[in-house]
Design a binder for this molecule. Sequence first.
Ligand code: UD1
Ligand code: UDP
Length: 373
Amino acid sequence: MRITLVAATRPNFMKIAPLIRAIDKHNTGTGSSGAKIEYMLVHSGQHYDYQMSQVFFEDLELVKPDIHLGVGSGTHAWQTGSAMMEFEKVLLKARPDLVVVVGDVNSALAGALAAVKLHIPVAHVEAGVRTGDMGMAEEVNRLLTDHISHYLFTTSKYDDADLKKEGIPAGRIHRVGNIMADSLVMVRESAGRSDVLNRLGVKDGGYALLTLHRPANVDEREKLKMILSRIEEVSRSIPVVFPAHPRTLKNLLKFGLDKPASTIILTTPLGYRDMLRLEMGARFVITDSGGVQVEAAVLGVPCLTVMDYPVWRITHETGGNKLVGSDCAGLEKAAARILKSPPQSQSKPKSSIPLWDGHTADRIVSVLLKAAS
Ligand code: UD1
Ligand code: UDP
């Protein structure tokens, strides 16, 4: 079996690394049955700064991409269209048996569209995630990707139910768990050795961790200013570490908001080991990131999500995730409630979510091998 894997942006690398590791394990495993899997990794180049791309190859010990498309930043249509045109060239030459795309970024949709039009089957990892908010580019991307994919690898019962409601045949849906948990489990030990807390001058349990990058939250001055003023209120009770995404950093500068209160510790984006270490030691997390919500749930760290709609409904049921609204109206109260309760120990991952256990990539490889046999 010959597979082409597509990666593009920061959160994609955490989803691709465990898959490659599981494929390598299958290929080299003694007594492993079934054909070997030949793979090729294609990086679209949607994210390109060292801190948004290369650092993750190092932290996750991920093989270098076989092909780099160099797409870069642009409008949605430009970015998606450019990635499609470049992927098509690669696929015409490589003619793989399967294309694997992960998540919901523009390059995932581009990879899936380019493949399906060449009659190459597509596997979508993190299929079936729905917020109902078609104003989010990601919602459009995941809906379209799911409907042209042959294998839909889902994270929870909610994803399966939504896909079935949309008329996707049950035989295409495979509930395998959340692959972000695989990377977390893989890197957790080395993350424990990161000196990021010292570098930022914070102590375990003595800070909150913030990330923000959704265009709806950070692209308009007044909105971003309001969110930051509510964060500042919280930071009077506990310092807030804020590694900002490049989109956010650029907007903070543009809007003259790049000098927050001294209780907000603003940094450039961090590598994965440093970020995991910060999540492990945080009293709570404030975020609009899909991946950070997953990691908080797996680590058992309370998560206050700066959105109006849940992305991972299962984390609101069992994973300590709470929506505080995209205007952060519920933030202060929710943060105060956490600060009043006894801090939890961060000694080991505590996910009680079924299949978010670090073995999702193995399950995906098993499904693909079974289908190929
Ligand atoms: C993209 C995804 C989003 C995902 C996020 C993960 C889409 C539509 N959006 O959003 O779903 O949650 O990645 O981080 O696919 N930039 C840099 N350096 C980089 C990359 C980006 O400076 O290496 C800046 C550029 O100014 C660029 C802006 O960030 O215009 C936005 O980048 P882009 O990839 O278009 O969208 P993200 O906001 O990163
Ligand atoms: N992340 C990181 N450094 C940072 C911020 C995030 O390594 O400074 C990691 C985070 O731990 C998670 C992933 O990036 O694994 C989430 O990516 P992001 O928030 O950019 O995208 P989303 O998951 O929302 O699509």
